[in-house]
Design a protein around this ligand. Structure first.
Ligand SMILES: [Zn+2]
Length: 280
């Protein structure tokens, strides 16, 4: 039986319109063009801590109580992350997360959103790669994360993975969401995305696997830089989905199907469930 796997790529602080501008992010644009693009609106405050907590745990700000990046008073222990849910639904599954923003997965805190699950790490069923982009910069951190993830995805092929890339958000804070530097950061992150997609594509055809890949963001950026409020440019997010592997080939060569309806708008707390449904 074809095994099913999922990968979610999180690009922090990405303005969809800028990413889809011709020539800026060719891999992302082609992914969106060939897949499904669900519109999604983030809750206020549009801050990374609450945003990624909602997306990764399938819960709302009221559920996880993460209101800022301090994570003070959070109830993440009551809201299992997508990788933990994949594992506890079937304890033969393997999981992987890689991030340059430590609160996603660093057990030293704050957070983390993705559970450490030391027992599964010792058993080789859960792997975490954390770099500190806050201290050392995200251009470096994203490069490390992409390189590690490429190997992990291609060689180990975890059943459920999350990869976080942070340079777009960093450029937004330093130069603004309307800057040339912001666009250049999108281009560099797009190259990392291409490395991940190539690894998944190669693995899926080599091992006859059926991968569902999702790409999303936690908020946008003001033209002058910054986020947190309720402006449309900040709350606008999306979930782009595409299949890699046998199912995709079958779909393309299969009988004529009626055109798919326009993708429905989804909530951030629906992302984890939508992806996990692919694993069965
Ligand atoms: Zn963010």
């Amino acid at each position: 039986m074809t095994s099913r796997k999922l990968l979610l790529v999180g690009i922090d602080g990405l303005r969809l319109d800028d990413a889809l501008r011709p020539g800026v992010a060719p891999r992302f644009a082609s992914f969106v063009h060939n897949g499904t693009l669900h519109p999604m609106t983030m809750e206020v405050p549009t801050i990374s801590g609450p945003g990624w907590s909602s997306i990764l745990t399938g819960s709302t700000h009221a559920d996880h109580s993460v209101v800022d990046n301090s994570f003070h008073g959070h109830t993440l222990h009551c809201n299992a992350d997508i990788l933990s849910r994949a594992f506890y639904a079937d304890q033969s599954r393997t999981t992987f997360a890689a991030t340059g923003w430590p609160p996603i997965a660093d057990p030293a805190g704050p957070g983390p959103i993705v559970s450490t699950r030391l027992d599964q790490q010792r058993a080789g069923r859960h792997r975490l790669v954390v770099r500190d982009g806050e201290t050392y910069g995200y251009r470096w951190a994203d490069g490390e994360i992409a390189a590690f993830s490429r190997l992990a995805l291609r060689e180990a092929g975890p059943d459920a993975s999350f990869v976080y890339l942070g340079e777009v958000d960093e450029a937004g804070h330093l130069h603004g969401g309307a800057s040339r530097e912001y666009e250049e950061a999108i281009a560099r992150v797009d190259a990392h995305l291409g490395i991940l997609l190539d690894a998944v594509g190669a693995r899926a055809s080599l091992h006859d696997e059926d991968w569902l890949v999702g790409i999303t963001t936690d908020h946008g950026h003001l033209d002058e830089g910054g986020h947190g409020g309720g402006d449309a440019v900040l709350t606008r997010s999306f979930l782009a989905l595409s299949r890699f592997g046998g199912a995709q080939e079958a779909q393309r060569s299969g009988p004529q199907e009626p055109p798919a309806p326009a993708p429905r708008e989804i909530r951030p707390d629906e992302v984890a469930g939508l992806l996990l449904a692919h694993l069965g």
